[in-house]
Design a binder for this molecule. Structure first.
Ligand code: NAI
Ligand code: MG
Length: 352
């Protein structure tokens, strides 16, 4: 298997955690006889410093020529005085647009060894394995018209979806459910919103094409409660942009630390893979960052861009084993306890 991976490490802890993810990918390549090539490119604050812009054309070219883009994080306090369109974060929004992915995959996996870090009871979080499929390019966040009229004191946003936008995202949800436990939960507010009725009807229309997937619908407000009470009942959770943003963040309670969460955005020209966390300037450059979110993101590269499910599972298993053996960076050490490994030591442990 050949994979050409663009590596956009970015700012703060981005380069530290991305180095560990690349290390793990190189090990997978070596053992499996795969040919992975890595092309570095600048994004965020480091790109502003070197090239005067958070997303240089060179980086766009490298990303569009790749089979997958692996991104660390962007953001550097040194640029806080700049307007939003010039800041490091603008580079992230721009690369997402260039790559065009519309389905944001966010796994919510319980690491049983970390169960004491969650405020939920271990018997609730044990073995939870949910995959959120959040529509990323439509809905309330992009709909027009949108305005805040400060004179009249009125503000409005528009939630808009077209059937093709729902269909393409729903197909991804169904296909992922087929490869997993065969259950798809579509979340909406169909008792109040027309957009939600479109989602529900479209998913029902597509469902017969996937007879091996069991479909259920949930209203978003009750779903917020079910996720905390019985998260093990869910497999793939498919939903629109706003609901997906909120529910996937809420489910972060199950996994514990932000440093553990991977993500992938698929469906566009090139898939974009990034840990959920930011550049964490408070701990950057000190070997304190948890690289497991980035390493689990590397597993998603193998699963979704390489079709290497076995290799992806092997990485996830190695992460579980390292945690079960008691290795901890500061963010997952638990209350009052401190880290017993550095960023690169954690990467090495997963690698062996
Ligand atoms: P953050 O995710 O960088 O950090 C939040 C807290 O979690 C901090 O205390 C940090 O130390 C900790 N943390 C995050 N990742 C960790 C890891 N892997 N290991 C251990 N601890 C970890 O979010 P924050 O502080 O709101 O933003 C910092 C900068 O990152 C800002 O410039 C922000 O705009 C940017 N950012 C970038 C994102 C991206 O590149 N996708 C996403 C979120 C924020
Ligand atoms: Mg959010």
């Amino acid at each position: 298997m050949k994979l050409n991976i663009a590596v956009l490490a970015g700012d703060g802890i981005g380069p530290e955690v991305t180095a560990e993810a690349v290390k793990v990918l190189k090990t997978v390549a070596k053992h499996g006889g795969h040919e992975f090539t890595f092309t570095d490119a600048l994004i965020g604050g480091v790109a502003i410093t070197a090239e005067g812009t958070p997303l240089p054309q060179k980086t766009i070219d490298v990303a569009l020529a790749a089979d997958a883009v692996l991104l660390g994080a962007v953001g550097d306090n040194k640029f806080n005085a700049l307007t939003p369109d010039k800041r490091p974060e603008a580079g992230l929004l721009a690369i997402r647009q260039h790559l065009g992915g519309f389905a944001n995959l966010r796994p919510c996996t319980a690491f049983n060894a970390l169960s004491e870090n969650s405020p939920l009871r271990p018997e609730v979080t044990k073995n939870v394995d949910i995959l959120f499929v959040r529509e990323l390019l439509g809905g309330l966040y992009f709909g027009k018209p949108r305005a805040w009229n400060k004179e009249t004191g009125e503000a409005h946003n528009t939630m808009v979806y077209t059937k093709p936008e729902v269909e393409r995202c729903a197909h991804i949800g169904f296909q992922l459910a087929q490869k997993r436990r065969g259950k798809l939960t579509q979340v909406d507010k169909a008792n109040v919103l027309e957009c939600s009725q479109l989602w529900r009807a479209t998913v029902d229309e597509i469902a017969p094409q996937y007879p091996d997937v069991k479909v259920e619908h949930q209203l978003v407000d009750s779903m917020a409660i079910h996720l905390m009470n019985r998260p093990r009942d869910f497999d793939v959770v498919l939903t629109e942009n706003l609901f997906g943003d909120i529910l996937s963040d809420e489910s972060g309670v199950i996994t514990g630390s932000l440093g553990m969460l991977p993500s992938a955005t698929i469906g566009g020209k090139v898939n974009l893979y990034e840990p959920v966390h930011g550049s964490a300037p408070d701990i950057a450059g000190q070997g304190k960052a948890n690289p497991l979110g980035a390493i689990l993101t590397a597993a998603m590269v193998l699963r979704h861009s390489g079709n290497l499910e076995e290799e992806a599972l092997a990485i996830e298993k190695a992460v579980n084993e390292v945690l079960a053996a008691g290795h901890r960076t500061g963010d997952i050490a638990g209350q009052g306890k401190s880290a017993n490994v550095t960023t690169s030591e954690m990467g090495d442990l997963v690698n062996t």
